[in-house]
Ligand binder design. Sequence first.
Ligand SMILES: C[S@@+](CC[C@H](N)C(=O)[O-])C[C@H]1O[C@@H](n2cnc3c(N)ncnc32)[C@H](O)[C@@H]1O
Length: 456
Amino acid sequence: MGSQSVSFAQKSLKGRTSYSEGRYTSVVNELFPPTHKLLPQINQIYELDLAWGEFRVLDEEALIRRGAYFRSVDGVDTHHYRICMRTPDQVNASSRQDRKNFFAANVFAVGYATHGLFPYRGKFHPQMVKAVLNIMGLKPGRTVFDPMAGCGTTGIEASIMGIDSVTNELSPFACLMTRAKVGALDVDVRRLRELRVKAQDIFDELSKTFCKAPRREHRLDFDQNHAHLPFDGEKGGGRSLARLPVALRELLKLCFLDSVGYAARRASKTPRALFPDVLGRYLDAAEAFNTTRQELGLRLGKCSVLQGDARSLKLSNDFADGILFSPPYSFAIDYLENDRPQLELLGVDADELKLGMVGLRGDGRNEAQRIEARLGEYFADMRLILHECCRVLRRGCYCTLIVGSNTNQTGGVTLEDRLVDIAKSEGFTLDFQIMREIEGIRNTMREEYLLFFKKS
Ligand SMILES: C[S@@+](CC[C@H](N)C(=O)[O-])C[C@H]1O[C@@H](n2cnc3c(N)ncnc32)[C@H](O)[C@@H]1O
């Protein structure tokens, strides 16, 4: 185990390696036998609920291999524990304190494996996804589908667990994130080390590749700050990068786009100056996971990344053994505005893409009319998506939908209630649900619902 990763986990855990050995264990001891130790940093009822769900459906060996909330079973450390304990530092020394606190308090929840590579807003908590996949009965050899995959959390977790997956997403940039993060789960550590010393050359080659014939007004100059850089798509490619395996090329591309976005947010530094740091973080994360993957002898699940509209899927009936997704919480986040610099670099017309984005359409002369129009479009889109989900899912399998109760922005309409009604009319029954309270003073949403539907 690398010294850096140990220090991040140990620093964060302050010597506490299991919830079950803490002081307030009465409920935990009632639920689980002394052979089953929970991970530390379990703070909410929903996490206990998910741990209990895993305990009921997985035997001991499966809990060690695929469990999300257990530290050890019968003295054997779980894979999740071992993967997370190696996670390198998630934040720079200069990061804000609340960011440092967040990662320190969530060692087993968010930034492990390749999940922390690009900060996509509104993504799933990966630890929760792992438990939900278990509770849905998914195991190696089965296929899970995520129709609105964002940066690919479902696909990454499924791969780590040996489950095959198909992800679908409208944004080409989000698809690139998924390809990079899934691909980086299976790379040769020696190749990663070679890249470490070539950061500036890689940056220069990528910047040339990305702007061979700039379409817009001026040539790229990565020694200057540009929030919106002209870009001519990926033509040809530099000679040494072209020789790299696809997974590494995708990783480097994402790293490049990350440093461009980062520089746009931090006026004081150029993408070129930031690239070595960002690359270092990417390589640390990939190396840590790949080293553990080899030690554990993990067989990764296959992930197919599709770009398309979830309202009309080009997928055959009944192919999926489970569906897990989180739609936009109505219009809580404008995914396209967030990613505009990267989309422009990729040569994507963000305004055209917006026409297909769920939650971003609908207008009116005043606020009330705008909300009504947007909600109308949102629920109509979600009906089409749930219809498609029902079509591609095998009978008797779970379709789990995670949605926040966004009443602040919807004028009091609770999204989860309407979505349950729509799902029922499209062929699902609601088997059970789990409520998650959202913490943090900066969150306007207070609750999130995990709705476990079954195709009836
Ligand atoms: C809440 S996010 C999903 C985040 C994802 N669970 C993750 O962990 O990254 C919702 C996603 O839906 C995508 N989306 C919106 N409209 C879509 C459509 N018509 N078809 C497919 N994806 C769409 C957005 O681009 C966004 O990435």
